[in-house]
Design a protein around this ligand. Sequence first.
Ligand SMILES: Cc1ncc(COP(=O)(O)O)c(C=O)c1O
Length: 416
Amino acid sequence: MIQTAAISLDEIRHLDRHDPLAAFRAEFELPADTVYLDGNSLGAMPKAATEIARRTLEQEWSQGVVRSWNEAGWYELPRRLGTKIAGLIGAEAGEVAMTDSTGINLFKLLAAALSLRTDRRVIVMEGSNFPTDNYTAQGLIQLLGNRHSIRFVEADGIADAIADDVAVVCLTHVHYKFGHVHDMAKITERAHAFGALTVWDLCHSAGALPVELNRCRADFAVGCTYKYLNGGPGAPAYLFVAGRHHGQATQPLTGWWSHEDPFAFERDYRPASGIDQMLSGTQPVLSMAVAEAGIDIAAHAAIREVREKSSRMGDLFLALVEESCAAHDFQIACPRDARLRGSQVSLRHPNAYSIMRALIDRGVIGDFRAPDVLRFGLTPLYLRYEDVWRAVNALLEVMDSGVWRQPEYTERLAVT
Ligand SMILES: Cc1ncc(COP(=O)(O)O)c(C=O)c1O
């Protein structure tokens, strides 16, 4: 049991009783007897998702069949949900579409951005970024004939890496593993001062903390909906193109949904105006329809309250770990200053994998990121401060008992 002078369980329960976001928890289905700290990988399921899925299957598909493209608004989903997402990321309606996956959207937007800077050859990226971003840029560079290169940097070297040979600065706003937050306004300003454009990956930002794309003058952005927006496993992603680039920046996956007049079925491509040019083709309607449940919940939550609670939960988590697990070799791998940290905490330990497996077996679900990081996502809409207490308590028990040493916990599962 945690022994701490910092805060008592009674005080923690007091925080929960006075939590302005407490009512949101009832909007989610949560697994029984579980502390779910992996909403930064896959968000919990909104209860409303079941009804949407039933309606989409039993009425719209079953009875409406092909008519539902019009009558149930399937065709409009990318734009309609894009408008809702725009409200969560500081963008205008018409600047965001929900479509495809994060990686595919990144490919499209990087290509679009490079097409606006044909005299430049460098993309600045953080080397430790989520790999898909780096791999996607590398694939695009190869396709473009290896004339571009990536200037990989550490988080603290970004400003120095931006020079007048840079076409695009492509960064993840909140780092997936270590949780540090980049200063979007400052980096974008510097990129623009050198004539470069910015592409932001918002996977770990939207729904977790305030994002102000237009206030920061961001050029392009992508993000997923299956983490803090609780859109469901593999839910489609979204993309943002600042209005000033519409009609100038064009993406190369020029499928029929990105044509000026898709149902004219013309032989030759003509780009759609506006955000539609960033679409490609037919969208996964079932996933997209279901994702609206989570997007709507996020739209009703005050993001400043969400941020405030996740910062306090992170501070509490770290304080409890530091005080009660001091004997167990953990290193804090995320910023201690909540203003610089996204909605997660990360710890390093040489036996991180086995420890996380043992924790999951005890109902505390976080995840592992190679080679040695335990990640705990903090999702204020369905977590209580007491869950943080329970999680650190379980961690302490796993460590004190040495149960993580059991051989079955070293066996790697396909998804960690
Ligand atoms: C920062 C970041 N970018 C991209 C992705 C993955 O994108 P996709 O949904 O295309 O696999 C992830 C997945 O966790 C991520 O954390």
